[in-house]
Design a binder for this molecule. Structure first.
Ligand SMILES: [Zn+2]
Length: 125
């Protein structure tokens, strides 16, 4: 297995079933560079969503127009593509699995709380 494929496989295993995807723009750029990331679902970043962007470290940045930022979890020096600027959370690849798991747990808790409220009779005053 080539190193890139192995790295991707390891990343997917780290997530253990969590949803991991890349944007169409990133997929196109990777393909244009000759390193397509196969086997990852494609997603779009909507304005009002909870997308967590996993960012490469700044020293790994590959395009002249890469944007620079700090990981919101650990403060690492990271980069991301301009089209991904509206992603709400930007974290480094080390923090990504934990942040995604935490947000998913939070979402589930919120959903559970919402359905509990909906079941409550409206007689309490
Ligand atoms: Zn980090």
């Amino acid at each position: 297995m080539d190193p890139k494929r192995r790295a991707l496989k390891e990343l997917l295993e780290k997530f253990g079933g969590s949803s991991l995807s890349i944007t169409k723009e990133t997929a196109d750029e990777l393909a244009a560079k000759g390193t397509p990331a196969e086997g990852l679902p494609i997603t779009t970043i909507e304005d009002e969503n909870n997308v967590v962007l996993g960012c490469a470290f700044w020293h790994q940045h590959a395009f002249v127009d890469d944007r620079r930022a700090l990981c919101e979890r650990c403060g690492a020096d990271i980069c991301y593509r301009p089209h991904a600027a509206k992603a709400k959370h930007k974290v480094c690849m080390n923090c990504l699995p934990d942040v995604v798991r935490e947000l998913e747990a939070e979402e589930k808790a919120n959903e559970a709380a919402a359905s509990k409220n909906a079941d409550r009779p409206l007689t309490e005053k």
